[in-house]
Design a protein. Structure first.
Length: 199
């Protein structure tokens, strides 16, 4: 996205990369996460090739699940997802990521398959969604994701709670207050002897 000397914004394709889905079946959210990682890596390479010091840039995905993962605590994610999210967040921040509807996502064209002839005439592929070249900066607004939503690939956290009441057990072994008091007195005396080093 760039502005010309007349003040008009333009959006053009600089670089593209796609991957063939692996033979080992992956869920769609995992494939989308792989796409987000590829986009992150490609962005860095483009900036290096252009020799530009880019202060801020934005990335888009059409997966709300991926956005949820990027805004989650990685320690709560399963290893496959955790590793890729950590790699993405090494060079980007969660607030740089935005959601784009699938029908306006240029990357979806290649993932669904097309022919060179069709691709040649697709404005979405060459220029991106129309709002990217508009005067409005609405797309820069941070997307708020519900971090508490039920996301796939979260590790199940198991907790065990053991409540122990030693005083309750102590009271059960003595029939009256006098015997309990006598035992406590003897115990305090023995502890004080040990702390003083007496035998």
């Amino acid at each position: 996205r760039s502005k010309d000397y007349t003040g008009c914004w333009h959006s053009r394709l600089l670089c593209a990369k796609t991957r063939v889905a692996p033979l080992k079946g992956l869920t769609i959210p995992r494939l989308k996460l792989g796409g987000a990682l590829t986009l992150t890596q490609l962005s860095i390479k483009v900036f290096e090739a252009l020799e530009m010091d880019v202060k801020k840039f934005y990335l888009w995905t059409d997966s709300m699940i991926v956005l949820g993962w990027l805004n989650s605590q990685t320690c709560r994610l399963k290893i496959f997802v955790d590793n890729r999210v950590e790699e993405i967040l090494e060079t980007t921040q969660p607030d740089q990521w935005r959601h784009v509807v699938t029908s306006e996502n240029p990357a979806d064209i290649l993932s669904r398959g097309t022919t060179p002839n069709n691709l040649q005439n697709m404005d979405l592929w060459w220029q991106g969604p129309h709002w990217l070249a508009s005067e409005s900066d609405e797309f820069k607004k941070s997307i708020i994701t519900n971090q508490n939503q039920d996301l796939p690939e979260h590790r199940k956290i198991k907790l065990a709670l053991l409540a122990v009441n030693p005083l309750g057990n102590l009271f059960q072994h003595y029939s009256n207050w006098r015997n309990l008091l006598s035992m406590c007195s003897d115990m305090v005396f023995e502890v004080s002897k040990i702390s003083k080093g007496e035998k």
